[in-house]
Design a protein around this ligand. Structure first.
Ligand code: ZN
Length: 155
């Protein structure tokens, strides 16, 4: 019974740990997404400016001097957006894997006794679950389709 309490303690500790991690990751994720949204809006505005500048130059039939500056700004911004997208991808991946390892941890913490009990049961009346191969006398699982040792097919 005391074992259950120690397991409960471990379980709570890892729940708290994962909750903190998840919260931090969520905060990072929101910050990233906000940043990304702002940068994408800025990119739209730059494209609009580029279009307006080019049209103005077309109407006035002059060389578009603004254009090159806008190209450079757009290039730089696109690079920043790609970097944020990568960082966001990493955050989502690590958040998912930390949640997955937490689930595995909880599963192994709570399923252990069950597995051990089952194992003990099997050892107690192990004879009953065995199917003995008529060819090589090897004990196989009762549902085995083939002998694990010689490969003989069971009927
Ligand atoms: Zn066999």
């Amino acid at each position: 019974m005391s074992d259950v309490f120690s397991k409960l303690g471990d379980s709570l500790k890892s729940t708290l740990k994962v909750a903190t991690e998840q919260t931090q990751k969520s905060v990072d994720q929101v910050a990233c997404r906000t940043d990304l949204m702002n940068k994408r809006n800025e990119l739209k505005r730059l494209f609009t400016s580029l279009g307006e500048a080019q049209y103005k130059c077309y109407v006035e039939q002059v060389e578009c001097e603004e254009r090159d500056a806008l190209y450079a700004k757009i290039d730089a911004l696109k690079l920043q957006i790609t970097e944020i997208e990568q960082r966001l991808g990493e955050i989502v991946t690590t958040q998912k894997s930390s949640l997955d390892s937490y689930k595995r941890e909880v599963k192994s913490t709570w399923n252990e006794p069950e597995t051990q009990e089952k194992k003990a049961d099997l050892e107690e009346d192990g004879i009953e679950i065995l199917k003995v191969c008529p060819v090589c006398n090897t004990g196989n699982h009762e549902y085995a389709a083939y002998c694990i040792k010689c490969g003989n097919k069971f009927e």
